[in-house]
Design a protein around this ligand. Structure first.
Ligand code: NAD
Length: 410
């Protein structure tokens, strides 16, 4: 069976689905590996390094003709137009926020397998959890961006020229990315506080060195599948107001808050920004075209407020560390591919919980229950249904909206 690595075409995307190190493992499972020429360039892997690892370097047309295509993101329209029935595409397809792509792949008779739909709580799915691997990278990079932008030291420094106090960093949202941001800021010597609306995250945040902030005005808000639920309007306002007092006391704020199927919640308001000291930095990992966790953040840009606070719209962070992100993603996608293969051939079994979680379309039809359910109960306007790392462009939370958590709708 021919498995190919297709070069990513999304603007700014530098990652590649397989690194050379992963090629040998797939070959030893009886798979022939094709790599589109130049696919690894953005992650510093040359065609020669893939050839040395046992892959065949091919044209884009040949890569798109393989039995199974491995991608980081989604196939572009031109790629979809040349696919034939029976081919398999595996990538972060975000089918719940991009149902048109899922429909196009189904219409082409393609078996679409989405990495962002992996049931994350299944122990055997852990090595395949690309949302976690990429969020880890994003959290690390967010802390570094904050430290680089901040015009003072993160650690306590005692020198002949004076003493620098350690920076005070606040991390809002302590999921996978937030915990990595805390650990990274701590390793740089900052004093770190953290807050999350799920109280069970307290011990996790403390275990990586943060002091946990509890808000008196907002109760616990755990939702389904280990994620947070959307807050009510009253809870949101109370949270924003109480958080503002904490934000004002910090030098660097890193926001990572997400709610599946919703626009990222606004945690840092304009008033909170006004209360920060000049030279403070806010890194918004939720930045999206419709707004993020921070008022006025612009994805991919750093904006300076009138009172001298830098807001970094931190989007595309995993791609900015393409070598590390690709190495981790390659392990995730190889683990999933090998799980789907038996004796060198695909052995799809939709009775298997993990496989049912990731297979979006096959045999000319959309088969994922989350998509078929969403089609019969369309979400309200302004909501989305997937928390994929690069798909955060839903609208403000809508209390009656359909919510779909990856891996939960089986
Ligand atoms: P995420 O990206 O959906 O959200 C990031 C964080 O934002 C979450 O911790 C969430 O509680 C928080 N948040 C949402 N709204 C908020 C608000 N208004 N105020 C403050 N914080 C808010 O989450 P994630 O990092 O993908 O993971 C979420 C959970 O899933 C974590 O508990 C993680 O450990 C768990 N998880 C479990 C497994 C597993 O069981 N193997 C695998 C991966 C993730």
């Amino acid at each position: 069976m021919k498995v190919s690595v297709v070069k990513e075409t999304a603007p700014g995307e530098r990652r590649v689905a397989l690194v050379p190190e992963a090629v040998a493992k797939l070959r030893s499972a009886g798979l022939e590996v094709l790599v589109q020429s130049g696919a690894g360039d953005g992650a510093w892997h040359t065609d020669d390094s893939y050839a040395d690892a046992g892959a065949t370097v091919v044209s884009r047309a040949d890569a798109l003709a393989a039995d199974v295509m491995l991608m980081v993101g989604k196939p572009d329209t031109a790629a979809v137009s040349v696919l034939r029935p029976g081919q398999v595409v595996i990538g972060l397809l975000a089918p719940l926020t991009d149902p048109d792509l899922a429909a196009a792949l189904a219409a082409a008779g393609v078996t679409a397998v989405s990495m962002d739909m992996i049931p994350r709580t299944l122990p055997r799915a852990q090595p395949m959890d690309a949302l976690s691997s990429q969020a880890n990278i994003a959290g690390y990079k967010a802390a570094l961006l904050g430290a680089t932008q901040f015009g003072r030291f993160f650690p306590l420094l005692i020198t002949a020229a004076g003493t620098a106090r350690p920076a005070k960093v606040l991390v809002l949202g302590t999921g996978v990315a937030g915990l990595q941001a805390i650990g990274t800021a701590r390793r740089l010597g900052a004093v770190v506080s953290a807050y999350d609306v799920r109280p069970e995250t307290r011990t996790e945040a403390e275990s990586v060195g943060a002091s946990f902030i509890e808000l008196a005005s907002v109760g616990p808000a755990a939702g389904e599948g280990g994620y947070a639920r959307a807050l009510t309007e009253d809870e949101r306002m109370a949270q924003q107001e109480e958080l503002a007092g904490h934000i004002a006391r910090h030098d660097v704020v890193i926001t990572t808050a997400q709610v599946p199927g919703r626009r990222p919640p606004l945690l840092v308001t304009e008033d909170a920004l006004k209360s920060m000291a000049p030279g403070s930095v806010v890194v918004d990992m939720g930045a999206s075209t419709l707004g993020g966790n921070v008022a006025g953040s612009v994805p991919g840009k750093t904006v300076l407020t009138e009172n001298g606070v830098a807001i970094i719209g931190a989007s595309g962070l995993p791609s900015s560390m393409a070598a590390a992100a690709s190495a981790m993603y390659a392990r995730n996608i190889s683990a999933l591919l090998l799980y789907l293969v038996s004796e060198g051939e695909l052995a799809l079994d939709r009775d298997d919980e993990l496989q049912a979680g990731v297979i979006v379309s096959t045999g000319g039809a959309i088969v994922h229950p989350a998509l078929t359910a969403a089609a019969s109960h369309p979400p309200h306007a302004g909501t989305a249904s997937s928390p994929g790392p690069s798909d955060q462009s839903s609208d403000q939370p809508d209390e009656g909206a359909t919510r779909v958590v990856p891996g939960s709708a089986r």
